[in-house]
Design a protein around this ligand. Structure first.
Ligand code: SF4
Length: 211
């Protein structure tokens, strides 16, 4: 085991203990492939499953595994119009499992996300019976300030570059605290405690996933 792998395991265990205090289930998976297996074990077959705009859950193969498996998938990626997308967002509010990553998580278990439309943070807040976060250890930071700084200073400018939005960070890669019409940081969400207990589960993955 490398020093990075050993540190990831120790840090993940610390974080999982803090998540438990916050009534959030936590698991550590050293690899993305193990995380896919863990997720499939956690989600009962037949469940209605959907996801947010997460690069992580797509790139690791989790969404495809669910599509290929015995699940009732609401696949927003198949929507061909704004109206269809809206129906997917609304269906997500009544699903059994909502999959997402996070922009950052603090060592003591605060989970931070910024969102443009707000459908993702809405689902994290209320609606889906269960929310499953998949978070690479590259997103673990020390403090809430650092988590928000990561979300806005790293994750958001990469996302605006990916999405091609008309925002200043898509020009120079730096957050300008903009109020652009296409701003993707309209909502800043901090999950600090799960209600009902264990509605939220976190899979920490010992690989760099997403951004
Ligand atoms: S410039 Fe605007 S869209 Fe870009 S990261 Fe900052 S607040 Fe978000």
């Amino acid at each position: 085991m490398t020093s990075i792998e050993a540190r990831n395991e120790k840090l993940a265990q610390t974080l999982i203990n803090h998540l438990k205090r916050r009534h959030i289930n936590g698991y550590y998976c050293p690899t993305a492939a193990q995380a896919v297996k863990q997720a499939l074990q956690l989600i009962p077959t037949g469940s209605i499953v959907t996801w947010g705009g997460s690069v992580t859950v797509r790139d690791m193969g989790l969404t495809q595994a669910l599509i290929d498996g015995d699940y009732r998938v609401v696949d927003r990626d198949l929507a061909t119009s704004d109206d269809e997308k809206r129906r997917c967002y609304l269906a997500a509010m009544d699903c059994d499992y909502y999959l997402t990553s996070a922009n950052a998580v603090t060592q003591d278990g605060l989970i931070v996300n910024v969102d443009g439309r707000g459908n993702r943070v809405a689902a994290i807040t209320w609606g889906p019976r269960n929310v499953l976060f998949v978070i690479g250890m590259n997103k673990v930071v020390q403090t809430l300030d650092a988590a928000i700084a990561r979300a806005r200073g790293i994750a958001a400018p990469i996302n605006t570059s990916r999405l091609g939005t008309d925002t200043p960070c898509n020009i120079d890669g730096v957050c300008h605290d903009c109020l652009s019409a296409q701003c993707i940081c309209n909502h800043i969400h901090v999950l600090r405690n799960s209600f009902p207990s264990n509605r939220h589960t976190v899979l920490l993955v010992g690989e760099n996933l997403g951004y």
